[in-house]
Design a protein around this ligand. Sequence first.
Ligand code: GLY
Ligand code: MN
Length: 458
Amino acid sequence: MFSANTYQNRRKILCEQLNEGLILLPGNNPVPMNYPSNWLRFRQDSNFLYYCGLDYPHLNLVMDVTTGKSILFGDDLTVDDIVWEGERTKISDMAQSAGIDQFLPLEELQSFLKAQKKQVHHLPCYRGDQHLFVDGLLNGQSNGASKSLIQSVIQQRSIKTEEEIEEIESALQITAECHKIAMQSTHPGMSEQAIVGKIEGHALAQGRRLAYPVIFSVRGEILHMNEYNNIMAEGQLALNDSGAESPLHYASDITRTFPVSGQFTDRQKEIYNIVYDMQAAAFTFCAPGKSYKNAHLKAATIAVKGLKRLGLMKGDYSAAVEAGAHALFFPHGLGHMLGLDVHDMEGLGEDLVGYDDADDRSDQFGLAYLRLAKNLKKGFVITVEPGIYFIPHLIDQWKDEGKHMEFINYDALDSYRDFGGVRIEDNVLITEDGYRILGPHIPRTIEEIEAVMAGNNA
Ligand code: GLY
Ligand code: MN
């Protein structure tokens, strides 16, 4: 945990943002996997972690906006519990470590809220059990999640402090090791699953967990591929999108794409270098006051220029980007916020987190998936993750519909149908006058990747 001071300050700032009422923050409870006592690994709610850092189930936090006081609701384990689970920190010690003034048994939460006769602010629930719990506590009288609370939390969590950056960099340290292991372990004839085992195994062996399910595939064009059934072959590219959590559950999110054989083909180099240039161009937009939507559009423009050079696109590049033709190859957004969640605060609402004005969100295919579009601020931590993919289903659909015929050379695409995809992703802190790529350097250029795969340290 951070010091009690950190959590006290965070709660104080939050309370000062709201006018009145109580803030209810329910912690997460264990989730059954296939029968009630067989649980998935526990993951605490990120907002709960942010405001009190207590990484245990069956806890609830209430803050009184007027007095600034906080109360922790929870129970010490019974001896019966201890027989199965072992001891855990006492509620009194938990409260003290988080700088919380008072603690009460969980069964008093409902009567406490009722007796205060104050508005109860809460955040959106993203788990069914949380919904039922909050509804039950408030006797179905909730007006829904509180917009002012959501906005205050987003404002606060968006700006990362030094100690949060250290956590993200600690996550990236393990992630860098995982990526290097993946590059050095991959060979033709190996299964994707074997590499996923090495990535997850390394993180677990360091006492870490992953911030999201590993994406590791020679079918890199499937954006969130979570199956690992392929045997990898010479001539294919493997895309590895994986990131560990820090000890306090801050995420990292890194993608590298590398040749299964250890050597890029000329064709792979051409596409790889376009994506590399897209990322380099996007980095130049990483500064306070710059619009991330413009960074996305700039990356799209670089993609179109590069694909035109290869004869895969044609026509005026600005008109192609304006029309959304590049989205055949780059169908996702350039990046998102990163923090306690890999898509930070997405549970609070993508538009509220990523857009200054939700009406600005495009409904054009591709641009619609841009999660972060607003002007960047010092202290934001974001991902920069351009990609180029050859998605046979999408190519066929667009070709059949005659879509963007003036910008796409469909015939030239035939020989790329089994290319897969390339994505390069790094995690970036917005600084006073620019940006800093967080974490240790992870081989990114073609030369660096080939060197590390040949067993040389890059
Ligand atoms: N790492 C997966 C994603 O950003 O969606
Ligand atoms: Mn990402």
